[in-house]
Design a binder for this molecule. Structure first.
Ligand code: IDP
Ligand code: MG
Length: 170
């Protein structure tokens, strides 16, 4: 390819990558303890989303406080830090077109009693303080949370044969 062609191609690739959103997904300690990691993974896979990274880990207090900094000062904050650091979590990155909205929908509303029937929190949870999962709430926060939880070398860029049947125009 001619040198003068590279820049537009790179730019188009950049735009294409940009339209594929990424979200951090956590199966929180209650989800791990209740053996629901597979259920969460299965639902995201079935939705058509693509896994980019995954690690089973114990969350440090420092990471918990950074991740939930926005909730500092709220009445549930101390309990939330206690909850997320109480036992291991499954941390993952999932991507796809509209991934942020799609994943939030698959998880269901923060309060399980508000969550739509068929969503994970509806189907498996009762209490807001034991609501099984975390998912990024915006594209910007998705990018920031992925950077906070994962090193670049822990993320895998790959394609699936089925992508063109799930991602329109890919
Ligand atoms: P989200 O996880 O659906 O994005 P956020 O409002 O960002 O919900 O709250 C973060 C987490 O804090 C919730 O998932 C839940 O675990 C916890 N949380 C939120 N509100 C309450 C509450 O009123 N009581 C106890 N825990 C709460
Ligand atoms: Mg949130």
């Amino acid at each position: 390819m001619g040198k003068n062609m590279m820049k537009p191609v790179k730019f188009l690739y950049y735009l294409w990558r940009k339209s594929v959103e990424r979200s951090l997904v956590l199966v929180k300690p209650d989800g791990v303890q209740r053996a629901l990691v597979g259920e969460v993974v299965s639902r995201l896979e079935r939705r058509g989303l693509r896994l980019v990274g995954a690690k089973f880990m114990q969350v440090s207090r420092e990471l918990a406080e950074t991740h939930y900094a926005i909730h500092k000062g709220k009445p549930f904050y101390d309990g939330l830090i206690e909850y997320i650091t109480s036992a291991p979590v499954m941390a993952m990155v999932w991507e796809g077109p509209n991934a942020v909205a799609a994943i939030r929908q698959t998880m269901g509303s923060t309060r399980p009693t508000d969550a739509a029937p068929g969503s994970l929190r509806h189907d498996f949870a009762l209490e807001v303080g034991r609501n099984l999962t975390h998912a990024s709430d915006s594209v910007e926060n998705g990018a920031a949370e992925v950077e906070l939880w994962f090193g670049k070398e822990e993320l895998v860029e790959w394609k699936r044969e089925v992508d063109r049947w799930v991602f329109e125009g890919r």
